[in-house]
Design a binder for this molecule. Structure first.
Ligand SMILES: C[S@@+](CC[C@H](N)C(=O)[O-])C[C@H]1O[C@@H](n2cnc3c(N)ncnc32)[C@H](O)[C@@H]1O
Length: 414
């Protein structure tokens, strides 16, 4: 038996707060980073350039990015190393440096050159399913899916369903990914991801699911970072059409719901115009779920009989704004603002000027559903100061209305 044929020794690593080095900034690195962050790892990324979603994670303080080529001392403090560059010589050097320090190192381009292998994984409830089957990633993924179905049947009493016959022919599936926690992606969303040949992903989608995709799935980062890197919508539409026209199953994985400030219908129309079949999988929208995760209901009997969801990307009074803030202020509805971190001072000022009670509770929920979730509260009169004082940054959902005060101070909710 050669070394390559010996079975790998499986182990569950507890990475919370532990430094993990990822070398490389492309789509393979993105997959690994997403999975590592879900395990709470202290991720250090080294690469002269990175995908937009990785740059965004760095900007949001979720990982450390050294924007330069790899250097030997990078491995020094790491518990685990991933060599994910597209340069085999660099990857080999990373493995060699890690091995010299007895640090386990996975290598994206050459399994036999690595000291650790990354299994095909999936999580369901308290269970993590991880499958290694030699060096054939497709087989690992197929076995993982079969094992996952059995585990789910055991855990949840679900009937283990035989995997569906793969659908053929090019198509686009717009999948709403929920606010970022992979547990809030729907079952149908997971099913389509299992069939995808290409995944176009946004920065606010549940990035952790990328780590569970087959290794041969092409992942394309088309993030739009506010005031940062940006893939034009037309370019995204073209990519969807091109890949589907070539016979591929293209999953467009978005944050929240595709049709709530998600430009999903623009993409569906572009595909329809090109004769490409489109399916839409609704998602859990951050407009409702993010407040809920912080213990804030958007309606509550006796407090609010309805809610409206507004984009705050333009301030009240802006010539291109079509929102009637005066009417909203009078409506008695809960106001849920998305994309409003920078305009909240103007929104609060406009509502106050229109006579809305200055004591109206306001809550801002940043990074809802992620380990970095933060909740800030203030009466409307102090909302502008709160955004600055608490350094609220995007992504955040701001709720204005009496519902924001319903659970304040009550432990165990949210
Ligand atoms: C372009 S909109 C997309 C909304 C998405 N389609 C949805 O249904 O949730 C992006 C905005 O959604 C909100 N958002 C999305 N995910 C969030 C999260 N995890 N925490 C807080 N806000 C979030 C923020 O207001 C962010 O600026």
């Amino acid at each position: 038996m050669t070394d390559a044929e010996l079975p790998a020794f499986p182990l569950g690593l507890r990475l919370e707060g532990r430094r993990v080095l990822v070398v490389g900034g492309g789509h393979v690195a993105l997959r690994r980073v997403a999975g590592l962050l879900e395990s709470g790892a202290d991720v250090h990324l080294v690469s002269p350039a990175v995908e937009a979603a990785l740059g965004d994670l760095a900007d949001r303080g979720r990982l450390h990015w050294a924007q330069r080529p790899y250097a030997e001392q990078d491995v020094d403090e790491a518990w685990l190393v991933f060599a994910c560059t597209d340069d085999p010589a660099v990857n080999a050097q990373v493995v060699a440096d890690a091995t010299a320090r007895r640090i386990w190192c996975s290598r994206a381009d050459d399994a036999l050159g690595a000291t650790a292998w990354t299994p095909a994984t999936a999580r369901t409830g308290p269970a993590t399913v991880a499958v290694l089957s030699g060096r054939d990633p497709r087989r690992s993924v197929a076995l993982r899916d079969a094992a996952l179905a059995a585990v789910e049947a055991e855990l949840h009493g679900r009937r283990a369903e035989p995997s569906r016959t793969p659908r053929t022919g090019g198509r686009v599936v717009l999948v709403g990914g929920g606010p970022g926690d992979p547990g809030l992606l729907t079952r149908r969303g997971y099913e389509w991801l299992a069939e995808a040949d290409v995944v176009l992903v946004d920065r606010l989608a549940p990035l952790a699911v990328l780590d569970g995709l087959r290794e041969d799935v092409e992942v394309i980062d088309v993030s739009k970072v506010p005031r940062g890197r940006f893939t034009p919508q037309e370019a995204i539409n073209d990519l969807l059409v091109q890949h589907a026209a070539a016979g591929r199953t293209v999953v467009r994985l978005k944050g929240g719901d595709p049709f709530v400030f998600g430009r999903g219908m623009e993409e569906a129309l572009a595909c329809a115009a090109a004769g490409i079949a489109v399916e839409v999988v609704p998602g859990v929208t951050s407009a409702v779920a993010v407040p809920e995760l912080a213990g804030v209901p958007v309606t509550h009997r006796g407090v609010s009989q309805g809610f409206c969801v507004v984009s705050g990307h333009l301030p009240p009074g802006h010539p291109d704004s079509s929102v009637d803030w005066t009417a909203l202020g009078r409506s008695g509805l809960t106001i849920v603002c998305l994309m409003a971190v920078h305009t909240m001072p103007d929104i609060a000022a406009a509502l106050l000027a229109d006579g809305v009670d200055p004591a109206t509770p306001v809550v801002a929920v940043q990074d809802g559903g992620l380990p970095t979730q933060r909740v800030s509260r203030s009466p409307l009169s102090g909302a502008a100061d709160m955004m600055v004082r608490e350094q609220v940054t995007a992504p955040a959902v701001v709720v204005i209305g009496a519902v924001a005060g319903v659970s304040e101070g009550i432990p165990g909710i949210g």
